[in-house]
Write a protein that binds this ligand. Structure first.
Ligand code: ZN
Length: 392
């Protein structure tokens, strides 16, 4: 259960099991209910869990300096989401975190030193990294800040200072591989957040669930041979960047900790929800991660101009609701979202509201509704193959 009143959600289990208290970090926040605060002053475990932020954001301050006229990956995307969240009353009421310092060891745990040097140099000249991927002279600084914002959100969620987190990471990250920027992505924000939790917080098992329209080839590459991060992806296929077939499952220590669900065009809510309920959730049960990091592009939405998936904003929220419920039952509620793509402003705005409503456990009506054409069932052939491969 996710409730607006975090105090009561956490009071009973904390009383029964004081060990939970040691998971938290930092001093208690301003109490929501001062009378209750005083009555439990002598009970540190209750204070620890009782005043957790329900949600924290990272907003990429200054991100409008990363832009190219006419490019779909543009500042308006984030601003449309902020406007929609403000209108819903879900923006100003939750803390906006400053970016954390990104330790050099974490950067080099994800990207090669050669690439980091090359990217900084390309950005210092404001050149393109490839045909799709522009930079400006502000882009290196903003990419580091986006990665730091993602880390700040991960840290708060990991330490239970916040129940849930949503990092509006821009520039986005999931196509960035160990040694190249591509697909509008400079540094791999979600991978850096995962690496930070492993290096600095001792995390042993993490799951990254990538619900963007595109396959997160960069994230897959980074953790391809590692067993400490399970990478899941649903994505349109065949489509950019060309990777993400069912048979791509990792190698070595990472064999069996990459799961791909490539979706034919015109797959929609039914496909996504079936894969979530019958594959991703059971595989999470098997792997038992300590935290869920979600790469969330809003480009699987049916209005998005860069693809042909048929997900609705309501469906987008239901997927997050399923993951948040799983996290609540299995990993102390730890779930953080990282923005990737999403290029239709109305869809991005609606999806942002949908996922935040899901994180807050609130009812919400999708203003954009269903696509104008029904989704097809062509995805079922892929899913049959995936079920056999994963023994589901
Ligand atoms: Zn995308």
């Amino acid at each position: 259960m996710r409730s607006a009143n975090m105090f009561w959600v956490h009071f009973i289990p904390v009383e029964v099991n004081p060990e939970i208290g040691v998971c938290g970090g930092g001093p208690p926040r301003t109490p929501l209910f001062p009378e209750l605060f005083r009555s439990f002053e002598t009970h540190p475990y209750v204070l620890w869990e009782g005043f957790m932020h329900e949600l924290v954001y990272f907003y990429p301050q200054g991100h409008e300096a990363h832009m190219e006229v006419g490019h779909p990956e543009r500042p308006d995307r984030v601003e449309a989401m902020v406007k929609a969240l403000t209108e819903a009353g879900w923006w100003d009421s939750f803390p906006h975190l400053e970016p954390a310092q990104v330790p050099r060891e974490v950067l080099e745990g994800v990207h090669t030193a050669d690439f980091l040097g090359q990217l900084e140099e390309v950005c210092s000249r404001g050149q393109r990294f490839d045909m799709d991927t522009y930079t400006t002279i502000s882009s290196w600084d903003l990419a580091i800040k986006a990665a730091g914002g993602g880390i700040a959100v991960a840290q708060q969620v990991w330490e239970r200072d916040a129940q849930h987190g949503f990092a509006l990471t821009r520039p986005p990250g999931h196509h960035a591989t160990p040694n190249r920027a591509m697909g509008f992505c400079l540094l791999n924000n979600v991978a850096l957040a995962a690496e930070y939790l492993i290096q600095d917080k001792g995390a042993k098992r993490l799951a990254i669930i990538d619900l963007d329209q595109h396959h997160g080839n960069g994230t897959q590459d980074i953790f391809w041979a590692r067993g400490d991060v399970f990478y899941f992806s649903t994505h349109q296929y065949p489509h950019y960047p060309g990777t993400g077939r069912v048979g791509e499952i990792g190698i070595g220590d990472g064999e069996g900790t990459t799961a791909n669900f490539p979706l034919p065009p015109f797959s929609g809510d039914q496909a996504f929800l079936t894969i979530m309920d019958e594959a991703i959730i059971p595989l999470l049960d098997r792997y038992a991660p300590e935290v869920l990091l979600v790469s969330y592009g809003f480009d699987p939405h049916w209005r998005d101009p860069l693809g042909n998936l048929m997900l609705t904003a309501g469906g987008c929220g239901v997927l997050i609701s399923r993951l948040a419920d799983w996290a609540e039952e299995n990993c102390q509620g730890r779930i953080a979202l990282y923005l990737e793509g999403g290029y239709d402003l109305d869809a991005a705005a609606a999806c942002a509201q949908g996922v935040v409503a899901a994180l807050l456990g609130q009812e919400w009506d999708d203003p954009l509704g269903a696509p104008h054409q029904p989704e097809t069932s062509a995805w079922q052939a892929m899913f049959k193959e995936a079920r056999q491969l994963w023994d589901l």
